[in-house]
Write a protein that binds this ligand. Structure first.
Ligand SMILES: NC(=O)C1=CN([C@@H]2O[C@H](COP(=O)(O)OP(=O)(O)OC[C@H]3O[C@@H](n4cnc5c(N)ncnc54)[C@H](O)[C@@H]3O)[C@@H](O)[C@H]2O)C=CC1
Ligand SMILES: O=C(O)[C@@H]1CCC=N1
Length: 267
């Protein structure tokens, strides 16, 4: 899939915008077609034009908002003098909803995108939402999403905050789990560095296996647990009163709530 023709402007280029842009360039996007506009003038990959103010030029084909949701007013002020409007405006701002975006920004099509950090290695998850878009705009959004890894359209925007909690924030929770697994191993007496290596390699193999399996992770877990064996004893701890499910439900609910708060603040 080719990238859409025409320039791409990124407003903000920190952890997430930078990860996406680096992946796009690795996948063949010509850096000479990209302009990054940040407050600091820092963080743009090599070969990309880096500015701290809007250039006095016609609107590009694509604009991506990649600054913090709390900086939406600054983004609006920055883009207000833009001549014309982009064909596609992508926003990765957590929480900020389609209505708030369309009130603030002019574009032929606006698409909310919620990536996650593994987009940096082409193994990310990107959820997409738009209220109305031509086939051409959908294809353009998908052309940006495809090199980042798995992507899917979310039919109902009401689910977007939950999707953001599960997949957008998800790597943060998984990294924390990896760390906890390693610390638990160390608590049993393993050297810390060895426990960390074993934990990450175990997560890597298990995630790849789950992704390729034709059965659910629940069934795979049962396959690890020999009857009367040691895995079952461990699973009994996680399963008692649905402890792990309850913990993750509370985790996602807290994230989802924060997304809703950020959405309200941006309205
Ligand atoms: N970090 C993550 O894993 C994910 C982040 N997001 C979303 O991505 C967005 C950015 O998050 P991060 O990259 O983590 O933040 P960050 O703090 O690393 O990057 C923010 C960027 O915005 C720039 N910026 C700040 N004020 C500006 C202004 N007035 N004009 C132009 N540029 C300005 C900064 O220079 C920086 O390049 C947020 O809206 C967040 O919700 C979405 C999914 C995952
Ligand atoms: O923490 C945040 O607000 C963003 C949303 C998804 C991941 N990071």
């Amino acid at each position: 899939m080719n990238f859409p023709a025409g320039p791409l402007w990124l407003i903000g280029c920190g952890n997430m915008g930078g990860a996406m842009l680096r992946r796009w360039i690795a996948a063949g996007l010509n850096p000479a077609t990209v302009t990054v506009i940040t407050r600091s003038g820092q963080g743009a990959p090599e070969g990309v034009r880096s500015l701290t103010a809007l250039p006095d030029e016609e609107a590009p084909a694509t604009v991506m908002l990649a600054l913090k949701p709390q900086q939406i007013d600054a983004a609006q002020a920055l883009l207000a003098p833009m001549r014309g409007k982009p064909q596609l405006l992508l926003s990765i701002l957590a929480g900020v909803d389609y209505a708030a975006l369309s009130q603030r920004f002019a574009a032929d099509t606006i698409v909310r995108a919620m990536p996650n950090l593994p987009v940096a290695i082409g193994k990310g998850v990107t959820s997409l939402y738009t209220a109305e878009a031509s086939e051409e705009a959908i294809a353009a959004a998908e052309a940006f999403a495809a090199p980042l890894g798995h992507y899917e359209w979310i039919a109902d925007e009401a689910h977007f905050d939950a999707v953001t909690a599960l997949a957008g924030s998800g790597p943060g929770f998984v990294f924390r789990f990896a760390d906890a697994l390693a610390r638990a191993g160390a608590a049993l007496g393993l050297p810390g560095d060895q426990a960390a290596r074993l934990a990450i390699a175990t997560l890597e193999g298990s995630a790849i296996m789950a992704a390729e399996a034709d059965v659910s992770p629940g069934i795979l877990a049962d396959r690890v647990a020999s009857p009367g064996g040691s895995t079952r004893e461990g699973l009994n701890v996680l399963d008692r009163d649905d402890a792990l499910v309850a913990l993750l439900t509370a985790t996602l609910a807290a994230s989802e709530r924060r997304n809703a708060e950020m959405a309200a603040a941006a309205r």
